[in-house]
Write a protein that binds this ligand. Structure first.
Ligand code: ATP
Ligand code: MG
Length: 381
């Protein structure tokens, strides 16, 4: 055995990491407080404890030759503690930026990348200023509404977000968020969204996956397809922005950057310091999956070839809502060799919960996207 790799977080992303690591000859240890966490089942060791449990972190550091993450919110102090004993990738400093929307935006602006106009909302004075005086010193146009209030930390799948129809409501809405640090962002008219996922190795090599075009429904990713039919110039801008971000952060590992396209301009939405839902297609249609890249970057192996193995691919999420009438009819997929379903082994199919996904490969992204949607509808009628 080549050694044991650790991951903080035991969700589906952690599970795909565990499976990739296993295939490459590594043992795995997962730290997650949920005894039913999907990755816990397949890992050699599942440490069931909170992410800030000192004993659990010590155990992980002792067992593993290197540790990574599968979600952006483990305590940075835990990562820093681990980093004193074992290789941690990506670095705690990079994760700290990605887990705070304000820092993420300020970092992007500092390196010359455009983000949606926003205001920081952290003090009663901020609330007062935005609510009553319009917005000074920023690019937020108080007359262009609606706005979106987002908690600076712990948001995912559209959670921790609220539409604000007028600046006069900012104060009141902030109260209902318990006055935690937030940002208030202009709701943009989006032409499209896409993401760039890349891996960067310790030696600074970078492998970029084909950008995926993404459609979100109610703040949750619904479908990703690659290649994107967006203007190639804007996609290239996205790729080079993601590379700049990775280089500026001296990033080692897999990084996903979500972009908005609005009025033909590129805006960074957010960073994910880990593999990403919109890169699940790489399991079926890339020479190296995003999870294999995560393992390679973590252990210092050279990166794999990210090229696509199929002309086009689409991935649709299967949310818990699709279980309302019982288990979907997965048997209907048996005769379709271009479709592949993945279930994450979550017991409770709650609405909005990611239970699995379905990937379809074919010759044309638009066509496979429609096929994937129809197939999903057909199995969940
Ligand atoms: P996820 O975990 O799915 O990435 P999240 O909770 O981190 O989501 P965001 O990425 O900020 O949240 O927002 C989710 C989606 O909501 C975006 O992909 C986009 O579709 C929509 N959205 C967010 N902010 C804006 C905005 N300022 N203007 C227009 N649409 C937005
Ligand atoms: Mg997002």
């Amino acid at each position: 055995m080549a050694g044991m790799l650790g991951v903080l977080g035991g969700g589906q992303l952690g599970n795909f990491f565990v499976l990739a690591a296993k295939e490459m000859g590594y043992q795995t240890a997962v730290l997650d407080p949920d005894p039913d966490a999907p990755a816990g089942v397949n890992a050699d060791v599942h440490i069931v404890a909170p992410f800030d449990d000192a004993e659990a972190l010590k155990k992980l550091a002792t067992l593993c030759i290197a540790v990574t993450i599968e979600f952006e919110n483990p305590p940075v102090a835990s990562l820093e503690f681990l980093a004193q004993h074992v290789t941690v990738r990506p670095s705690p400093a990079a994760v700290a930026i990605a887990q705070n929307r304000r820092e993420e935006k300020q970092f992007c602006q500092t390196i010359g990348l455009r983000v949606a106009p926003y205001e920081v909302l952290e003090t009663p004075e901020d609330a007062e200023r935005i609510t009553h005086h319009g917005v000074l010193d920023s690019h937020l146009d108080p007359f262009r509404t609606p706005l979106i209030m987002k908690t600076s930390r712990n948001g995912y799948d559209g959670k921790g977000q609220r539409l604000v129809s007028h600046v006069s409501e900012v104060s009141q809405q902030w109260d209902s968020f318990g006055n935690v640090p937030c940002i208030v962002e202009q709701k943009m008219l989006l032409d499209a969204e896409f993401s760039v996922i890349l891996a960067r190795s310790e030696s600074g090599d970078i492998a970029v996956f084909t950008p995926a075009e993404n459609v979100h429904v109610d703040g949750i990713l619904d479908i990703s397809c690659a290649p994107s039919s967006l203007d190639s110039q804007i996609l290239e801008q996205g790729k080079s922005a993601a590379i700049t971000i990775a280089e500026e952060l001296k990033y080692v590992g897999v990084l996903a950057v979500e972009f908005f396209v609005s009025e033909n301009k590129l805006f960074v939405n957010e960073l994910a310091p880990r593999p990403h839902n919109s890169g699940h297609w790489t399991l079926d249609a890339a020479l190296t999956s995003q999870f294999e890249q995560q393992v390679r970057a973590l252990v210092g192996e050279s990166l794999g070839d990210p090229s696509m193995t199929s002309p086009a691919v689409a991935m649709v999420n299967l949310l818990g809502d699709r279980w309302t009438n019982g288990e979907p009819h997965f048997d209907l997929l048996q005769n379709d060799s271009s479709a592949h379903v993945y279930l994450y082994g979550k017991k409770e199919p709650r609405p909005g919960r990611k239970m699995g996904h379905l990937t379809m490969t074919g010759d044309d992204a638009h066509v496979v996207a429609n096929q994937a949607r129809s197939l999903r509808d057909a199995i969940t009628k």
